[in-house]
Design a protein. Structure first.
Length: 255
């Protein structure tokens, strides 16, 4: 599925961007599904309202009703259709030379980043900090509502930072409840950081050891992205449901 050049780029940089990889009609159906769920929680007529307006209004009433939608979307038929179209089993197999029958997925989530609001922004971190049980996690990250950039919010990655493996981290639980596994950068690393500027239908695939962080949303619209992760279920010492393993990893930091 991936070319040798793409596989080499991933090996060298720790991430690749696949342009026009997602079907636009799948994204549109996902947005419609989100709108149905957000509007249901709002409990009022949303005729002619934009999703930004609905989400901002709902956030002003109760953040949990936004948070629950971005988690609950994973079991919708439209989300499952989109995730299946990503062919993450084949992608993971190509990038890590693993039998795709061992590849399992975490459920899709669609986090919302609000303008001028850093409550849910991450500092420099690695995904491996929060997934101790697995050897490699492949994250697929893609914009849903609009382009991601230095204005409307995105993320920045440090190419090649995955090559030194997992770093020591400091666990921080933000006032918002966000769990952040922060790492220290080496001298000069921040200068190498690359801002992700991609459009809907594009996706970024990145390794669990690459160092990255959120880029603040300083625009006027909400940013909604899709995140789904693939892993080798057999890289752990025993088979457990993925969510149980995630909970075990976080337990020592949250209790």
């Amino acid at each position: 599925m991936l070319s040798k050049e793409q596989i080499n780029d991933f090996s060298n940089n720790g991430f690749i961007i696949l342009k026009n990889f997602l079907r636009n009609d799948y994204l549109e159906k996902l947005k419609e599904t989100l709108m149905v769920m957000f509007s249901h929680n709002l409990k009022e007529n949303i005729h002619n309202k934009k999703i930004d307006d609905v989400v901002n209004q709902l956030e002003g009433l109760d953040h949990s009703k936004v948070y629950n939608v971005q988690k609950a979307i994973c079991s919708s038929t439209e989300a499952l259709k989109l995730v299946n179209s990503l062919n993450l089993g084949e992608l993971y197999s190509d990038l890590y030379n693993i039998d795709k029958k061992k590849v399992h997925l975490q459920l899709l989530q669609t986090p919302v980043q609000f303008p001028n609001d850093d409550r849910f922004d991450f500092e420099w971190h690695q995904e491996s900090g929060s997934y101790n049980s697995f050897s490699k996690i492949l994250t697929c990250w893609f914009p849903i509502l609009g382009s991601v950039n230095e204005i409307d919010g995105s993320m920045t990655l440090i190419p090649g930072s995955h090559k030194n493996g997992k770093r020591e981290f400091t666990f921080v639980k933000k006032e918002s409840g966000l769990n952040d596994w922060r790492v220290q950068l080496k001298n000069g690393e921040e200068k190498e950081a690359v801002l992700a500027k991609i459009d809907p239908t594009d996706v970024i695939l990145f390794d669990s050891d690459i160092i990255h962080k959120s880029v603040a949303n300083v625009g006027k619209r909400i940013r909604v992205t899709g995140i789904v992760r693939a892993l080798d279920i057999c890289s752990n010492s025993k088979i457990l449901p993925i969510q149980e393993m995630k909970n075990l990893n976080a337990k020592e930091y949250t209790e």
